[in-house]
Design a protein around this ligand. Structure first.
Ligand SMILES: C[S@@+](CC[C@H](N)C(=O)[O-])C[C@H]1O[C@@H](n2cnc3c(N)ncnc32)[C@H](O)[C@@H]1O
Length: 319
């Protein structure tokens, strides 16, 4: 996740995170086709289009990102195409096999900085948090889930230590006054945690948890990786930038399971190696440079993983 930073937004609203590293991993070449599965402000798509005579297909679930995509379509006719879709459906869009797919998971600065989207506990707005698609808003979740379910969400996706206390207070207060604005929820959490000027705002974890739940971000990622596996040509590059340890774990486990790097114990009986669909290029995740973190604090929790599709067909489809 891109947490709330103090930096000013770039003129186009979003600093593309780890852009040089993403380009190096994707290695765009003339005549190839790439999918930018999280178009956002189009920072990656534009850079890919500028670095080779290639084609890019952009996806996003957010209608406002699609509008920005239309502008890039006009700038790069016949080279760029934007499609409104959840990336979990990447393999249901009748797209051609491609040479590279990049994901930049999470929320964009456009979304966080727009109070009317309800992602920020620092800006008053409706408690919405939907990136797009037909899903329940955060206000609807707070109005309909019982205390146990809410506590589980806050704990599982936010590791919020006061999850039970906060959930009970929401359920207790909501009959009298439903939670419909961001500042209403943020001030309840401040009150319960005895808000001191700490490094991170006490509402950070609950807002993050609600956002992940509302948008089913982890389920989306799991399905998207399986879809990407089927869509990549042999030697195609998969590049994933994530911002949350739960997301990074999903990517890491998926690639480990699918890669040649899975080694059995040397004491275990010899088994036939299983066919694999990815080769991991670098075992450890790549992190943003100190300079980037200084210039764009929102990049500080980014982790980039890259793998190359092997020649083997897909053996593990469980979509
Ligand atoms: C971090 S931003 C991407 C920024 C982009 N790389 C750039 O340079 O401008 C993430 C974008 O992915 C989109 N997104 C997140 N989850 C999605 C999903 N499951 N399906 C499609 N788009 C998604 C969000 O709406 C947001 O616009």
């Amino acid at each position: 996740m891109k947490s709330e930073g103090k930096e000013k937004p770039a003129s186009n609203g979003h600093f593309p995170v780890m852009l040089p590293e993403v380009l190096a991993a994707l290695n765009p070449k003339d005549g190839e086709t790439y999918i930018d599965a999280t178009f956002g402000g189009g920072g990656y798509s534009r850079a890919i289009l500028q670095s080779a005579n290639c084609n890019v297909i952009g996806l996003d679930r957010d209608p406002l990102a699609i509008e920005r995509g239309r502008e890039l379509e006009a700038e790069f006719p016949n080279k760029f195409k934007i499609i409104k879709s959840e990336f979990s459906k990447i393999n249901e869009l009748n797209l051609p096999q491609v040479d590279g797919i990049v994901f930049d998971i999470g929320v964009s600065s456009f979304q966080i900085d727009d109070a009317s989207r309800g992602f920020s506990f620092m800006r008053d707005g409706p408690l919405d948090m939907r990136m797009g698609g037909d899903v329940a808003s955060a206000a609807e979740v707070l109005a309909t889930h019982d205390a146990d379910a809410l506590a589980n969400i806050f704990w599982k996706y936010g590791e919020e230590k006061n999850s039970r206390k906060i959930a009970r207070a929401i359920v207790q207060d909501r009959d009298e006054k439903p939670f419909i604005t961001t500042l209403q929820l943020a001030s309840l959490i401040e009150r319960l945690s005895g808000f001191k000027r700490e490094k991170i705002h006490p509402a950070t974890r609950v807002f993050q948890a609600l956002r992940i739940y509302v948008n089913d971000e982890l389920g989306e990622l799991e399905h998207a990786l399986i879809g990407a596996e089927a869509l990549l040509k042999p030697d195609g590059r998969l590049v994933v930038v994530s911002f949350h340890s739960l997301e990074d774990r999903i990517v890491k486990n998926f690639l480990t399971e699918r890669s040649l790097n899975v080694q059995g114990s040397r004491y275990a009986p010899q088994t036939t190696p299983k066919p694999t669909s990815f080769e991991i290029i670098r075992k450890k995740a790549i992190l943003p440079s100190a300079d980037e973190v200084a210039n764009n604090p929102r990049s500080r929790s980014a982790k980039l993983r890259v793998a190359v599709r092997t020649q083997n067909p897909v053996f593990f489809i469980k979509n």
